[in-house]
Ligand binder design. Sequence first.
Ligand code: ZN
Length: 97
Amino acid sequence: MLFYFFIFLIPLAIWIILHLVSKREGEESAPKVLLEECALCHEEFPMDELLEKEVGGYNRVYCFCGGCIEQLYREYQAEIGQSDPKRERTGKSTDGP
Ligand SMILES: [Zn+2]
């Protein structure tokens, strides 16, 4: 009867050990957040805080952080505000024949 006892016990022990090992590995890998570098400020951020954009024709994907995107938007707004489209129209000469 002891033989049958070991037949059941050994696979069960192996299963428990494997289960504990895989669980420990899962716990170790879980807190690791995949960090990616921002293409503009070169600071590392977790992927869910970055915007991935394909830049150029080389299938190269760059990541941009929220702060850099906001700064780009502000710079864009400042530039758009400086070059007023109405100013170009007033420079048009109205010389008649
Ligand atoms: Zn950035």
